[in-house]
Design a protein around this ligand. Structure first.
Ligand code: WT7
Length: 654
């Protein structure tokens, strides 16, 4: 961390907004002043930009660490994203510009989206889905994913989207945790030309999910029996989406929801093996995402906004669906991989659809850099006017490349820091106001308050420390589904006696201009290609394999992914170790959790470095995985263990 700090301290480049951009920007210096003068009033004004059925009576009820926003108010999220626009001048404007990986395309106007969501909502109601029921969505990046989310919102059902790359076991865990009644999936999706058999995965997951009553299947790819993605339909339980839609009426009376009613649950990794069901509510979440989409992305009517994140992650929820649609924006949505069929697919899409705002992840930017400048250079990217980054720290080199090769040295870059838990962007530049520095997410947005503290809660003006969010805000998670104690413990117990301080789990640095430089996780959570994975999750998966006695997982830096997974494994029977078993274990983890959790390195070891009290010293394992000098080894029970591990790691023979 010190090494990182030093390099960042030397970053002297500054990029002030151009006068032309600033002159037309949505957010101005007055926006900060307004929020500083009266924070609650600022958020109430943002909430008032939504359409409410009943006005709220109280802006904030704060009983640390539990907050309620806009109590007494009622609204419906789908009405805010659709009806408002379908009734007015945006009726014929494109809401979604969609492109499938194989090259199929659809344009869906606000009127059409409104109609499709109404139909889908009626179809779900006809299956018995009621207000408060949970619906899981396990779909590829097709318009039906957004339609399904909004259809749930319309009838007050709580959606729980599960990323299509997750394994059957991960899906069934998530279904069981919140007792989901209906699953919406597809026969298949496409990724790098491969067919992903989602219905087959679902059937596997559904062997252990007693709460599921119905399954709705979108037909992405009409197949035939024997086909790898052929969907067997179980009589009574499974229904084709298109059949249900045919019979469903268009118009669906929206459910009137309380501001604090749950809109969705989204699972994310933590420091234990069990993913946390992050709970977001209707009024506060929608206020936060609608306001930040407009402020941070400077959204205008003529924009084409492309957030490349999958709908299975919070970025897809907030900046592909709810935030842009609440603002009546036109969104690009793409199903597949950036290098399919060629490494210029993104730039081809940007050119063809005239994308003006692009929001993507550092891991993707680093891959583009590596593939070469010639791919973006082949395309006319002159429509782009703003670039965004999210998911992990962006290194200054990648930031500069993004600015030059994608942004033509003309587009401001917003490096946005936030989390599944915060629901919306918290720390970010505002284009048109903030002078950016490559690698810094800059400062907290208007209405937010972030600080840097040491472990005792003392403020650090300049230097490194722990990031803290010090004031509640509308889009903040309300609890963890079914486990409020874990909510309190995980997020609000870092600084004893201060249940009002939220700890996001990130370390950061603050420079003399008060800019934040996020350094990454300080807990046992990895950030692999912009996605959080708990070391415990991977360890639990490994020890389920019959050959494994004990496992310790750490992160190591990776050129493209930011972090990669290194696993140290002790076998029950040492003589079984072999390259084949190593591959088998990697595959085992990928099958259990999903391909994103596949370890890059597995090292077999007779012992793991432990303290005398038996705690695994991950710090030393990290040193070994990174090939660094070993830190303090004096508390080790057996110092010989690390020396032999290091030798083995270096020749990777295990
Ligand atoms: C973690 C949250 C926010 C949506 C995508 C990830 C890291 C996120 C940044 C950024 C440095 C970042 C943090 C955070 N992170 N954005 N701009 N700079 N780090 O959501 O899976 O909930 O992960 O991602 O470590 O805690 P998530």
């Amino acid at each position: 961390m010190t090494e990182q700090l030093d390099t960042l301290l030397n970053e002297a480049r500054r990029f002030p907004p151009s006068p032309e951009f600033a002159a037309r920007a949505q957010a101005t210096a007055a926006t900060y002043a307004e929020a500083r003068a009266d924070r609650l009033r600022f958020w109430a004004d943002r909430a008032a930009e939504l359409e409410w059925s009943t006005p709220w009576h109280t802006v904030l009820e704060w009983d640390p660490p539990h907050a309620k926003w806009f109590t007494g108010g009622t609204l419906n999220a789908s009405v805010n994203c659709l009806d408002r626009h379908a009734r007015g001048a945006k009726r014929n404007q494109a809401a979604l510009l969609w492109e499938g990986e194989p090259g199929d395309r659809r344009v869906i106007t606000y009127w059409e989206l409104f109609r499709e969501v109404g139909r889908a909502a009626n179809a779900l109601r006809a299956l018995g889905v009621q207000r408060g029921d949970r619906v899981a969505i396990y779909l590829p990046m097709i318009p039906e994913a957004a339609i399904a989310m909004l259809a749930c919102a319309r009838i007050g059902a709580i959606h729980s989207v599960v990323f299509g790359g997750f394994s059957p076991e991960s899906l069934s865990d998530r279904i069981n945790d919140s007792k989901v009644k209906v699953l919406i999936t597809a026969d298949a999706g496409y990724r790098r030309g491969q067919v992903i058999p989602l219905k087959r995965n679902s059937d596997k997951a559904l062997e252990t999910t007693p709460s599921i009553e119905h399954v709705v299947v979108v037909q992405r790819r009409p197949g035939s029996s024997g086909d790898e993605a052929f969907a067997e339909m179980r009589e009574g339980r499974d229904h084709w989406w298109h059949r249900l839609m045919q019979d469903a009426p268009l118009s669906c009376e929206p459910e009137t929801m309380d501001a604090e009613d749950v809109l969705f649950i989204l699972y994310t990794s933590g420091t234990t093996g069990k993913p946390k069901g992050i709970v977001h509510t209707t009024g506060g979440y929608l206020t936060g995402v609608a306001a930040t989409t407009r402020m941070v992305f400077d959204l205008k009517d003529e924009d084409v906004f492309w957030c490349t994140a999958d709908i299975g992650w919070v970025t897809g929820h907030s900046y592909l669906v709810y935030g842009p649609l609440a603002n009546g924006a036109t969104c690009m949505m793409y199903e597949g991989a950036p290098d399919w069929p060629e490494k210029d697919r993104f730039w081809d899409i940007c050119e063809r659809h005239g994308v003006t705002i692009l929001y993507t992840a550092p891991t993707a930017i680093r891959a583009f850099m590596k593939w070469g400048d010639e791919y973006p250079a082949k395309h006319d990217l002159s429509r782009l006017r703003l670039l965004g980054s999210v998911g992990e720290p962006i290194n200054p080199e990648a930031w500069m490349w993004y600015r030059e090769h994608i942004g033509g040295n003309r587009c401001p870059i917003v490096d946005t820091w936030w989390q599944t838990e915060t629901g919306a962007i918290v720390i970010s530049p505002l284009p048109g106001i903030t002078s950016t520095k490559p690698g810094s997410a800059t400062k907290a947005l208007p209405g937010h308050s972030a600080d840097l503290l040491d472990s005792l809660g003392k403020r650090i003006d300049v230097g490194g420390g722990l990031l803290a969010l010090t004031k509640p805000f509308p889009s903040m998670l309300r609890t963890i589904w079914g486990d409020d104690a874990r909510y309190v413990e995980t997020y609000f117990s870092k600084w004893p006696g201060r249940p009002d301080l939220y700890f996001p789990g990130d370390g950061a640095k603050r420079d003399s201009d008060g800019y934040f430089w996020i350094l990454g996780r300080v807990d046992d959570v990895l950030n692999v290609a912009g996605h959080r994975i708990g070391t415990m999750e991977v360890e639990s998966a490994l020890v389920e394999h019959p050959a494994v006695a004990e496992a310790a997982v750490v992160g190591k830096s990776h050129e493209l992914k930011g972090q990669a997974i290194a696993a140290f494994v002790t076998l029950r029977d040492k003589s079984k170790q072999s390259p084949a078993l190593r591959d088998e274990l990697k595959e085992f983890v990928a099958k259990k959790i999903g391909a994103l959790a596949r370890p890059d390195d597995i090292l077999f070891s007779a012992d793991l470095p432990k303290t005398r009290s038996g705690k695994i010293m991950r710090r030393l394992l990290r040193d070994i995985a990174e090939g660094r000098a070993l830190g303090d080894v004096t508390t080790l029970a057996d110092p010989n263990v690390v020396a032999s591990l290091r030798d083995q790691y270096e020749d990777k023979e295990g």
